[in-house]
Ligand binder design. Structure first.
Ligand code: PLP
Length: 399
């Protein structure tokens, strides 16, 4: 038994677990690849030359630090102090590139010549193809054949960036089939290939590695908030959760400060009880998904339930293992917002602040009225991405 004096940890332990969640549930054939990464990732990240190259690229290529902007009109409306962390201003339009920059440098340090990734809506595929072009590494992106049809602009971007987009033609021809194909590719090319996962999901050490790369978000929030209000900690940090990487990055440096409330917002889709939802903690149960023990939406007999959300980035049936632990331990508050609430929040931000947010980020904005934050409190919302990619959806609401 753990001693009572032992402080509860929200970081991964040396066996790859967050509480009872995490681990590496992988086929034996994948073991050498994951083990090579596990043995090396902490040492590589700690290396001063890695840190320098990573930070230089974040600054001069991605455009960091991203601003922490006090949203005055929104603050007035909700009678509290709302700050937006502007990840929408990152190169490629979202936080995802923080992770792909880190992972491509990791791949180089491990002597890899080729990158493989899977993508659903194509956002992670674009962020991966971008850094492969930058570093002149071969890039293969697996994508469900149905998604290739639905996401033509991102397929075009990936191809222009020099990536090879390979269709997954089995099953429902969507993300999970693309993941299977990418895994198979990695098993068959273990020596020269690195697999770039796009969120804080997958077998250990991926969730921890991705969270470390995204933790630059909360590192910046601390000193930026100090400039704004004279102290480094807000009362609330709010972020949307698909797999959970932007939330993990925004929470990272506040995990052990229990007076900072961590608020994760999942996609309720058409509504929690409609059967068209992606609100994992509200509807899911513990199980194994994509190589780790976490919480996922599943049927009585353990089949993964097809998720639904208006935003492609939140359309995922699970969450990362750290979020499962934040939920189960009570450290994080998990809320959800419907498609309609998200769209409404997107228009509210646009009309009040002149910022068009991604549909994903709009879910985080949608719960501002439910937070109960007072006029003396400070709320930081992680604005994970910009809305250009969602204009097709937003246009349907403009008459
Ligand atoms: C992909 C994406 C998300 C969801 O991914 P997380 O890993 O949960 O952060 C959220 N916002 C935007 C803009 C995205 O592109």
């Amino acid at each position: 038994m753990e001693s009572i004096a032992e402080k509860k940890s929200y970081q991964v332990n040396d066996r790859g677990y967050y509480g009872t969640f995490g681990g590496a549930f992988i086929p034996e054939m994948l073991y050498p690849n994951v083990e090579e990464l596990r043995e090396n990732y902490l040492q590589v990240i700690a290396d001063p030359s890695f840190q320098k190259e990573f930070n230089d690229l974040l600054r001069h290529y991605v455009g960091r630090p991203t601003p922490l902007y006090r949203a005055n009109r929104l603050s007035e409306k909700y009678k509290t102090n709302i700050f937006l962390k502007r990840e929408d201003l990152c190169h490629t339009g979202a936080h995802k590139v923080n992770n792909t920059i880190g992972q491509i440098l990791m791949a180089q340090r491990l002597g890899k010549k080729r990158i493989v990734a899977e993508t659903g809506a194509g956002q992670h595929g674009v962020a991966t193809a971008t850094v492969c072009a930058l570093m002149n590494l071969e890039c293969i992106v697996y994508m469900g054949a149905l998604d290739i049809e639905r996401q033509a602009p991102n397929v075009a971007r990936m191809k222009m960036l020099g990536a090879e987009v390979r269709p997954a033609t089995c099953g429902s021809r969507t993300l999970k089939d693309a993941t299977n194909e990418a895994m198979r590719h990695w098993i068959n090319n273990p020596v020269d290939t690195h697999y770039i996962i796009g969120s804080v999901v997958g077998p250990h050490p991926y969730p921890d590695m991705v969270a470390r790369f995204q933790s630059v978000i909360s590192e910046e929030i601390r000193w930026q908030l100090k400039e704004h209000i004279g102290k480094e900690t807000p009362d609330y940090v709010v972020a949307c959760v698909g797999g959970g990487s932007n939330a993990a990055g925004a929470f990272y440096h506040f995990l052990d400060e229990e007076n900072v409330k961590l608020v994760a917002v999942e996609a309720a889709g058409m509504g929690l009880t409609t059967g068209h939802s992606a609100a994992t903690t509200a509807l899911g149960k513990p199980g194994v998904l994509h190589g780790s023990r976490t919480i996922l939406m599943q049927t009585e007999d353990g089949q993964v339930v097809e998720p639904f959300s208006i935003s492609a980035g939140l359309d995922y049936p699970g969450i990362g293992p750290q979020h499962a632990w934040l939920f189960e331990s009570g450290r994080g508050a998990f809320l959800s917002a419907t498609d309609d609430e998200a769209v409404q929040a997107a228009f509210e931000l646009t009309r009040n602040e002149g910022i068009i947010p991604a549909l994903e980020s709009s879910h985080a904005l949608a719960i501002l009225g439910r937070l109960g934050a007072s006029e003396h409190e400070t709320v930081v919302v992680n604005l994970s991405g910009r809305g250009d990619k969602d204009m097709g959806t937003y246009m349907k609401y403009i008459d």
